[in-house]
Design a protein. Structure first.
Length: 438
């Protein structure tokens, strides 16, 4: 059983005095259904599940529409479960396949006798009705692939280690060398396995990267089927091409997506919605270039200049040759894994609530891998380094020296231990979650 941070959010929803439906969103195969079932097993005496894709007939419960009492009687009969007021969770899965169920949620919540959870993939592109449920009737939890900390839990890393890492991060003190090397070894495995539950569980069970690769390929094939099924017919080829081009585009020196690779002479306006589709489906993460590293970053982003990452680093690494995975496992610091390191940073930032990612590229000053705004609205430039020359960062030096930008500090995440040099702090790449939490 994989430990997931989202369980705490489920618990907060369950314990809240207000009575709402739980909406669990996220890409396909990130563990939504499994976690809801696990939560139900721990907190309810009775559980009924309706999957509108596996069992299309379940939609008849809501069609024709009726009052809440009648719909609940239909549900109880269809499930074969006895509904117990205050002790039953009713789970509406793949709700994007039943618009009537999404519309009925408000009335079912108003009935007040039972708890409701909803889930589905592609809700961002297929069924806005789910998110349009009135305020006060729905609580949303977004799930992502396992972050590195969750991956470490699957590898039986003791929680005390993370308490120690938190202290090291806050005090800017180096991590014990033995622990640092062990965590870097785990991180290299994470770059290959990623955070998709099927891949992580497979590795935890049999320690086979061959099985991990198969799980990853199955997931990507599922995403391609979703494109064929849910995207507009006229957009499918472009969306599929964009998704499949991500690994090669990230391998380019500037990692920026080139639209002509999709189709010769293609302009951004012709494919903008196709990129949006992948982001809304939560299978790709865009990072936009900004004109200047000034707040608010949103005001200076260039919508047609961006990098595109996979939502899971394992899916990206799996797209490269097996020799890449072997080099990563060996810890070969002569090889540049820039695309893979940047992808894992994009993934961690997104999972920790940074809903929009930015970077900065200037002919005069150079390129910064990421820019984020902290809780005090300060802009923090971040460089991501994968090799032994992680202390070489011309662009970061240039931007920090530009007085008009008023940037007080810069961060470098890479393979080295914690170290501070004037206004630049170096952190091990595995401490990114500590940065996000703080």
């Amino acid at each position: 059983m994989l430990q997931r941070k989202a369980l705490k959010q489920f618990q907060a929803w369950h314990d809240a005095p207000s009575h709402t439906a739980l909406l669990v969103t996220g890409a396909r195969q990130v563990g939504k259904t499994y976690l809801i079932r696990e939560f139900a097993d721990q907190h309810y005496e009775s559980f009924a599940e309706f999957n509108f894709i596996q069992n299309p007939d379940a939609a008849r419960i809501f069609n024709p529409p009726s009052d809440a009492a009648t719909m609940l009687m239909r549900m109880e009969l269809a499930s074969g479960q006895r509904f117990i007021p205050g002790k039953t969770l009713i789970f509406l899965d793949e709700i994007q396949a039943c618009k009537e169920a999404a519309t009925a949620v408000k009335f079912l919540v108003d009935d007040g006798r039972y708890d409701f959870a909803m889930s589905g993939s592609l809700l961002g592109v297929e069924l806005e009705d789910v998110r349009s449920v009135p305020v006060g009737y729905q609580s949303e939890v977004m799930m992502f692939p396992l972050d590195f900390e969750e991956f470490c839990w699957s590898q039986n890393v003791d929680g005390k280690i993370f308490d120690m890492l938190k202290e090291c991060y806050e005090k800017k003190q180096p991590v014990d060398d033995f622990i640092h090397e062990h965590l870097m070894s785990l991180f290299r495995k994470y770059l290959i396995i990623g955070g998709m539950p099927a891949a992580v569980a497979s590795f935890a069970q049999n320690n086979s990267l061959i099985d991990v690769r198969q799980a990853q390929e199955d997931i990507k094939q599922g995403y391609r089927r979703d494109i064929s099924q849910y995207a507009r017919k006229e957009d499918r080829l472009h969306i599929r091409s964009i998704y499949d081009l991500v690994p090669s585009e990230l391998n380019n020196p500037n990692k920026r997506f080139t639209f002509a690779k999709i189709e010769k002479n293609t302009r951004f306006q012709a494919v903008a919605n196709d990129f949006d589709w992948l982001a809304a489906a939560n299978v790709a993460i865009p990072a936009y270039n900004v004109d200047e590293p000034r707040k608010p970053l949103e005001m200076s982003k260039e919508r047609n200049l961006f990098k595109l990452f996979y939502s899971d680093v394992g899916l990206l690494t799996g797209a490269y040759l097996n020799s890449t995975a072997l080099d990563i496992l060996a810890g070969d610091d002569e090889v540049n894994y820039g695309a893979i390191y940047e992808n894992v940073v994009a993934q961690e930032l997104t999972a920790h609530g940074f809903s929009q990612l930015y970077y900065y590229n200037s002919k005069r000053l150079g390129e910064l891998d990421f820019l984020v705004q902290d809780r005090n609205d300060n802009i923090i430039p971040i460089e991501v380094k994968s090799g032994k020359n992680y202390k070489v960062h011309r662009a970061l030096n240039n931007v920090l020296a530009e007085e008009s930008y008023h940037l007080r500090q810069g961060l470098v995440f890479g393979p080295g231990n914690i170290e501070t040099n004037h206004n630049i702090t170096y952190y091990p790449i595995y401490l990114l979650s500590q940065f996000c939490n703080n």
